[in-house]
Design a protein around this ligand. Structure first.
Ligand SMILES: Cc1cc2nc3c(=O)[nH]c(=O)nc-3n(C[C@H](O)[C@H](O)[C@H](O)COP(=O)(O)OP(=O)(O)OC[C@H]3O[C@@H](n4cnc5c(N)ncnc54)[C@H](O)[C@@H]3O)c2cc1C
Length: 663
């Protein structure tokens, strides 16, 4: 293999663009169901829509075989509450989430996930994903059910989170999409939605896109469209050259799905909710450091002198042995896992963890840095399931961590893993590789498209799926599950929908907008500079603390960026063109977040949302949702009770609504 440096040295020049460039070529593709984004949600939506008889087309910025946050794997699947060993019902789980979120989540999405998460996992098993200990490697372990051979994570009593061998989950989905004849358009970044008559708020009839290798333009016509494009990880921070920059947010996570929905007039909710953004850009390679979170839950942590940091239950009782770390306390019904899109956990559901005042104990000298994960103190099966089965299957860890460390001689039977050396307060969160807490670095959390019990957005013909685009959704299994559900609903809608008619003028306007960066002066800013500038505006004017003035200034700066730097941004090839389009969408996404933040005139602990000009926390009159959309390019906000999903026009119970809509 030739390295970049060797190539340049040998040839005295950088390589030519390796693909034929055809900017002037327009392709027209017709589908019953068009899916935007080929992460696990989009792929599962394609499979579901195709199995329900639809002609399906999927578009993906990267390559759907490995793209998205779940592309490199998964090691635990949440919300499989109907599995045969689970002690938790869909109602219990949904209510627990809604209680923890103080109502600021989407009961619709959460309940659907509970009802269908296990069935969705069984589908993955049929496609070739190992979900049981078929080789009996962990026979006799506390976390294994001997009859079904299922293995559980976090709470071994309640058994609703399943450990899976998911390193190949995307290739399995990809093969199934191919088998079903899904039209897969890899390397195509979607840039806009097409609406009936070209009108904002009109029925969605397709989308436009650009191929990031050939530069070809695409017009997709569809009866139903599903946005499954993930989140907007590059909105608040951007550091692609820093190690692990994309650690938990993939580089293609640029909020285009949100932006094109907002421009088309779709309604969003909770876009003002952001959380600490400590993972993106300034952390360490995921799961590479000693820690005790997530995949490493239960791992003993020792300090530099070998003194073990104690574990406690949420009620302050010290846990004396490893076994207890995986069991709910007497006061709890069950424990919820982490990473499910919840910012806030009530004591009744939170996991056991390291002693809560670890930062103070480090400051007082009780524990000396650095800390280490000492897997040797675990029983053998617990050790092997963490550094072996889980690290070997988790996203982005099989090769970078498991393989590299093992080849370098790391042996969990003998060696310890050092934790990153952080500010003491950063040890409050047991995910030490997330890095230090930097208050202004935020990330989107919880907000997204407002959807109904069909997972349809407020626009006719437009659906959504996945971890981020839908309001109140969570992680890997949840993304598959919403994809599976919405694919089925979109296919049903497409069966009776009329042929889509696109507005040619709208297509031409988008084509001109999309190709503009190619025609600019070469001195125009590049996409990276633009992305840095957007992230800085967001950090400064819409960070953890904000007021009316900072938000309005932020909006003004984003407008100026759009009219000046972005309007003259230069792209020298199709790849840069795609990235520039993403940046233009990030500006739109930033505007959406600032408008939503302006609309909420209070502060909220539950939303981690702090308005300096409205310091009162969670006043009762503001405990509501504020759906927001554009009508004739003007921002419109309405109010909705937190339990809208169980109020008219819907039925008053979860199961009743599910039965009415799920078929
Ligand atoms: C390292 C890591 C480990 C994780 N481990 C777990 C775990 O063990 N358990 C768990 O439950 N969750 C886990 N998660 C979270 C989980 O992987 C994600 O929640 C889930 O994969 C999200 O899937 P998605 O399809 O909704 O979105 P994404 O994976 O973000 O997929 C969106 C796709 O859309 C594409 N796209 C974006 N914009 C466009 C556009 N304009 N046009 C076309 N395509 C576009 C993107 O390229 C991307 O492929 C992990 C995440 C990471 C990063």
């Amino acid at each position: 293999m030739t390295t970049w440096n060797e190539y340049v040295e040998r040839n005295g020049t950088v390589p030519e663009w390796p693909y034929p460039i055809r900017y002037d070529k327009e392709n027209e593709i017709i589908a019953d169901v068009l899916i935007i984004g080929g992460g696990v949600a989009g792929c599962h939506a394609s499979i579901s829509a195709a199995r329900n008889g639809a002609k399906v087309v999927l578009t993906e910025t990267g390559h759907a075989k490995r793209s998205g946050s779940g592309g490199a794997g998964v090691d635990h699947w949440h919300g499989a509450v109907t599995n045969p060993c689970s002690k938790v019902t869909p109602e219990d789980y949904t209510n627990a989430i809604m209680e923890c979120a103080h109502g600021y989540s989407d009961g619709i999405v959460r309940y659907i996930i509970c009802k269908e998460g296990w069935d969705t996992l069984l589908e993955c098993e049929e496609m070739g994903v190992q979900i049981r200990d078929v080789k009996d490697e962990f026979k006799g372990a506390d976390f294994r059910d001997e009859e079904t051979k299922l293995m559980f994570a976090y709470d071994y009593k309640s058994r609703h989170v399943i450990r899976v061998w998911g390193y190949n989950i995307k290739p399995c989905l990809y093969n199934e999409m191919q088998r079903l004849g899904v039209g897969i358009y890899n390397r195509v970044v979607i840039t806009s939605l097409l609406t009936e008559g070209g009108k904002q708020g009109g029925k969605v009839v397709g989308a436009t896109g650009v191929n990031t290798r050939t530069g070809e333009f695409y017009t997709f016509k569809s009866k139903a469209t599903i946005i499954a494009s993930g989140g907007g990880g590059r909105l608040f921070s951007f550091a692609p050259e820093v190690t692990a920059a994309g650690s938990m947010a993939n580089m293609n996570s640029a909020g285009i799905g949100h932006a094109i929905g907002w421009n088309a007039g779709a309604e969003f909710v909770l876009m003002e909710q952001t959380g600490p953004g400590r993972l993106a850009g300034f952390g360490y390679a995921p799961y590479s450091m000693g820690n005790t979170s997530n995949t490493y839950h239960g791992t003993p942590i020792v300090d530099a002198n070998g003194k073990e940091v104690p574990w406690f239950d949420p009620y302050g009782k010290e846990l004396k042995n490893v076994k207890e770390r995986f069991l709910p306390s007497l006061e709890q019904k069950f424990q919820l896992g982490i990473g499910i899109g919840l910012y806030f956990y009530l004591k009744q559901y939170v996991l056991n963890d390291l002693v809560r005042d670890l930062p103070e104990r480090i400051r007082s000298g009780e524990f000396a840095l650095p800390l280490y994960a000492d897997l040797t103190r675990l029983p053998e099966l617990e050790r092997r399931v963490i550094f072996g089965m889980m690290v070997g299957n988790e996203g982005k860890t099989r090769i970078p961590i498991y393989d590299t460390f093992t080849k370098a001689g790391f042996d969990p039977d003998k060696d310890m893993l050092q934790a990153s050396v952080l500010l003491p307060e950063s040890y409050q969160n047991s995910n030490f590789w997330g890095g230090n807490i930097i208050p202004h670095l935020r990330s989107l959390a919880g907000g997204g498209f407002m959807v109904d019990w069909d997972l349809k957005t407020s626009l006719e013909g437009l659906y959504s799926a996945g971890g981020a685009p839908i309001f109140g959704s969570g992680c890997h299994g949840e993304s598959h599950t919403t994809g599976r559900y919405t694919g089925r609903k979109a296919a049903a809608y497409a069966r009776t929908a009329p042929e889509p008619t696109v507005d040619r003028k709208q297509v031409e306007m988008e084509r001109a907008r999309a190709y503009a960066p190619l025609k600019q002066n070469k001195n125009g800013v590049g996409w990276k500079e633009l992305n840095y500038a957007i992230a800085r505006v967001m950090q400064d004017y819409c960070g953890k603390y904000k007021n009316e003035r900072t938000l309005n200034l932020g909006l003004r700066l984003l407008k100026e960026l759009k009219e000046n730097e972005a309007a003259t941004a230069y792209a020298s090839n199709p790849h840069e063109l795609g990235r520039t389009m993403e940046c233009l969408s990030l500006i739109t996404l930033g505007e959406l977040v600032m408008h939503a933040s302006l609309a909420r005139k209070c502060s909220s602990v539950y939303l981690d949302f702090y308005r300096l000009d409205y310091p009162e926390m969670d006043p009762p009159e503001w405990q509501k949702l504020l759906p927001i959309k554009q009508e004739e390019n003007k921002v419109k906000v309405r109010e909705l009770p937190l339990d809208f999903h169980l109020k008219s026009p819907y039925a008053s119970g979860y199961e009743e609504n599910y039965k009415l809509h799920a078929k």
